[in-house]
Design a protein around this ligand. Structure first.
Ligand code: FES
Length: 100
């Protein structure tokens, strides 16, 4: 588990939740009320991309599937990105979604 904060492209908080290790961050964020847009859903476009402000070390960029495109070092594709398996309980992750 880790506390995840989702922000829109202006940096305004739109959701916060305790993330599990099983689903992508994007899916969990949608369930928590942050309407992150998906297009391909499999890591092949940039529709769901987010900048990571905090906690990149706790994220597995390919947690639920392989990444098919290149992104910047501080970016993740939220449709396939998820928590690493060894994340401490007090971990905090803060991301800013480009298309929110
Ligand atoms: S929705 Fe296409 S990469 Fe995530």
């Amino acid at each position: 588990m880790a506390k995840v904060t989702i922000r829109d492209n202006d940096g305004k908080q739109v959701a916060q939740f305790e993330a599990n290790e099983d689903e992508s961050l994007g899916t969990q964020a949608q369930d928590a009320g942050a309407p992150i847009p998906f297009s391909c859903g499999v890591g092949a476009c940039r529709t769901c991309v987010a900048r990571v402000n905090k906690g990149k070390e706790y994220l597995d960029e390919e947690a639920v599937g392989p990444k098919h495109i290149t992104t910047e070092d501080n970016e993740v594709l939220t449709c396939i990105c998820g928590l690493r398996k060894d994340v401490p309980k007090d971990a905090e992750i803060d991301i800013e979604v480009e298309n929110l």
